[in-house]
Design a protein around this ligand. Structure first.
Ligand SMILES: [Zn+2]
Length: 251
């Protein structure tokens, strides 16, 4: 076996963005163009699988496979501290060739017309909305340390993360000046509801506040998109193989 030296440096920093997209290599340029133009995403972790985001949904028949892939996605979200999860589906543009329909959907529904498959993809997004914790983030987190954009810091024994809010009993430390003029740190427990957009970091709390591990918000920023591919128009420049359609529903 030959070794190939690339002379490239190892990049230790993770992108904290995970894209689930179809394996079809003909979509690679369209996928990258869509992510860059629509979302400003250029560096991302990949879960490429036939069907893209649709592979996480059974579409009424692939229950075991979809469950395993949701678990695989969930592993990446946790292990790579993913903050944003993007699920991509693809299909033909309005005037695109029927053959650009996703092969995985054609396998699952060989009898179906492109319009029907598009409807199934939308149904699959609705299905995924109901099972977000299976592939994205556990809604309940224990022992978390949160910093907000306003500079506040909260410690939670238990916090529940919904699609847009973190709630829990938060402990906030503040320094007060005692009657004798000495400063003292006191801890206040308050019921906290924080919009996720205000949270700048979410960390796992260890024994002391100094040692923490960064945690992603999981699917806090998850969204699903359909890339509409191809055109039958001969006037279309070949350098523009497709366009994104989105933003899709927030998961
Ligand atoms: Zn496909």
């Amino acid at each position: 076996m030959d070794d190939v030296e690339l002379g490239m440096q190892w990049e230790p920093e993770r992108p904290h963005i995970l894209v689930v997209a179809c394996s079809d290599g003909r979509l690679q340029e369209a996928t990258d163009a869509f992510l860059a133009r629509a979302l400003g995403v250029r560096q991302y972790d990949r879960l490429y699988v036939p069907g893209g985001g649709g592979a996480l949904s059974a579409s009424g028949r692939e229950f075991i496979r979809a469950g395993q892939l949701r678990a695989e996605c969930r592993f990446l979200v946790d292990a790579h501290h993913v903050d944003h999860l993007v699920l991509l589906f693809h299909g033909p543009a309005a005037d695109g060739p029927a053959e650009s329909t996703c092969a995985d959907y054609r396998r699952k529904q060989s009898w179906a017309h492109a319009d029907h498959i598009r409807g199934q993809q939308e149904a699959d997004v609705r299905d995924l909305l109901t099972r977000r914790s299976e592939f994205a983030a556990e809604p309940l987190r224990k022992g978390v340390l949160v910093r907000t954009a306003d500079g506040e810091q909260f410690s939670f024994d238990r916090a529940v993360i919904s699609a847009d809010t973190l709630t829990g009993i938060g402990f906030q430390q503040r320094t007060v000046v005692l009657a004798d003029g000495q400063p003292s740190v006191e801890e206040i427990a308050t019921e906290v509801r924080l919009p996720l957009e205000k949270i700048v970091s979410l960390q796992q709390r260890r024994r002391d506040w100094g040692r923490t591990a960064k945690w992603g918000l999981g699917a806090a920023g998850a969204a699903a998109f359909v890339i509409a591919v191809g055109t039958n128009s001969a006037d279309e420049p070949p350098a523009n193989p497709g366009g994104g359609r989105g933003p899709g529903p927030e998961l």
